[in-house]
Every structure is written in structure tokens, then in C-alpha cells.
Design a protein around this ligand. Structure first.
Ligand SMILES: [Zn+2]
Length: 248
């Protein structure tokens, strides 16, 4: 019975696999820090970083487990990788829920909002919907953008440029639209409808007016219902479109 444990070795192949995975983890981190990238791309990189970071540990623990159980996967690199990959994806996804919103905050210039009207508006509506009040941040960006993260802690990001061009009612419509996303995800996560959605880091992110589809329609309807009109949302989108067409 002592035979299998004696077989546990860190050989050159394993070291190479773990070493290169960790180097990729460092590279993704450097790219994140160094370049100006779209929010979507950043999320992909963070997720990649987590995968490369977890993979060596998954290989190592799988190897130890295979040895302990005297299974043929012990010291078989191909087998180890195949077993380690699913658990790596699972761990990365779970970690992503915690890490991704915080990570994004680390790499963007932002400040918590001080606009009393916005804070009160969000507080009032979150209370009405019986949800935790999301944190609202202003990011230092002249482009009119808004997006939110919906994980265990929800956050809404508004750009300084967006605050500049929208009037009070339009800004409220954007805020309600984002609250709609947050509400929706809470229920989607509860049901966890599809595995693909669960594993995608992008499912944490909602961007105002740049994504389309059923989710956006839901958030739009949500905002229009609470505002009792869709016209402010429409004029907010028009203004953003106009800005985009000037700047591109
Ligand atoms: Zn949206």
C-alpha cells in the first residue's frame, strides 16, 4: 500500500505546465495594467488570469489525490490536465463573482458619487424593490457610458461625460435601467438558467445602450414602467448616439 504515494513526483513536465500557466497569469495582469481596454476585454482578461492562476493548484491537488487513491491518473500529465480543467473553471467562475467587480475598481479611476439627488434616488428605489442599495461610482471618462456589475455586491458606474450631457430625468431613466439589470440578475442567478451564462464573466456586466437583446429590453421596460414614460430613456439614448457619432 505504500507503493503509490512513493510515486508522487514533481517532474519536469509538471513544472513546465505549472510554470507556464503562472507566467500567463502574470502576463494577463500586466496587459490589464498597461493598456487601455474596453470593459468587456478587461473582464475576459481577469477571467483568464484567474484560470491561469488556479490551474497549477488544481493540477497539483489532482495529482496528490490520484496518488493517494492509487489511481492511474497519477503522474500522467494528460490525464491530470483533463481532470484539473473543469475544477479550474468552476473555481475561477466562483472567484470571479467576488473578484471581478473589485478588480475593475482597482484599475479604473473612479470616485464614489457625491450627488445627493442620485444617492437618494437610488436609495429610495432600492428600498422599494427590497434590494440592497448598489454602490454608485463616477468614472473619469468623457465618453457617456454607464454599466453595472451584478454579483454578490452590485455596483453601478457612470462616466463624468454621461453626467454632463444628461438632464435629471434622463439620468434617472439610466439609473432605473441599471437597477432593472441588477434586479433581473438576482432572479436569474437564483434560477441559474444556463450553465454557459454561469461560466461567462460577461454575465456579470451590463452596459447601458451597447448591448442588445432580451435583457436590454427588460431593463428598458423596467425603467419605463417606473418612470411611467419611455421618453427620457429614449432621449438619453439619442444624446449618447449623437456623442458617439461626433467622436467616431
Ligand atoms: Zn442595459
Amino acid at each position: 500500500m505504500i507503493g503509490c504515494f512513493a510515486g508522487f513526483v514533481i517532474d519536469a513536465d509538471k513544472l513546465l505546465l505549472m510554470g507556464s500557466s503562472l507566467s500567463f497569469a502574470v502576463i494577463t495582469l500586466l496587459i490589464l495594467k498597461k493598456f487601455r481596454l474596453s470593459t468587456k476585454f478587461k473582464l475576459g482578461l481577469i477571467y483568464g488570469h484567474l484560470i491561469f492562476l488556479f490551474f497549477p493548484f488544481a493540477v497539483l491537488t489532482t495529482d496528490v489525490a490520484c496518488n493517494a487513491a492509487c489511481m492511474p491518473c497519477a503522474n500522467n500529465l494528460g490525464n491530470l490536465a483533463a481532470i484539473a480543467l473543469p475544477s479550474t473553471l468552476l473555481f475561477s467562475t466562483l472567484a470571479g463573482f467576488f473578484v471581478i467587480p473589485g478588480f475593475y475598481m482597482l484599475f479604473s479611476r473612479k470616485a464614489q458619487i457625491e450627488n445627493v439627488h442620485v444617492i437618494n434616488f437610488i436609495r429610495r428605489h432600492s428600498a422599494k424593490m427590497k434590494m440592497n442599495m448598489p454602490k454608485i461610482y463616477i468614472i473619469d471618462n468623457v465618453n457617456p457610458v454607464a454599466f453595472s456589475f451584478r454579483s454578490f455586491k452590485s455596483m453601478v458606474f457612470l462616466s463624468a461625460g454621461l453626467m454632463d450631457i444628461l438632464n435629471k430625468k434622463e439620468l434617472e431613466s439610466v439609473l432605473l435601467h441599471e437597477l432593472g439589470h441588477i434586479m433581473r440578475t438576482a432572479s436569474v442567478l437564483k434560477m441559474s438558467v444556463s450553465l454557459l451564462r454561469f461560466f461567462s464573466p460577461l454575465s456579470l456586466l451590463a452596459r447601458f445602450h451597447h448591448d442588445s437583446g432580451e435583457e436590454e429590453m427588460y431593463a428598458d421596460r423596467f425603467a419605463a414602467r417606473l418612470q411611467k414614460t419611455g421618453r427620457y430613456l429614449k432621449s438619453a439614448k439619442r444624446k449618447i448616439d449623437r456623442f458617439d457619432s461626433y467622436s467616431s
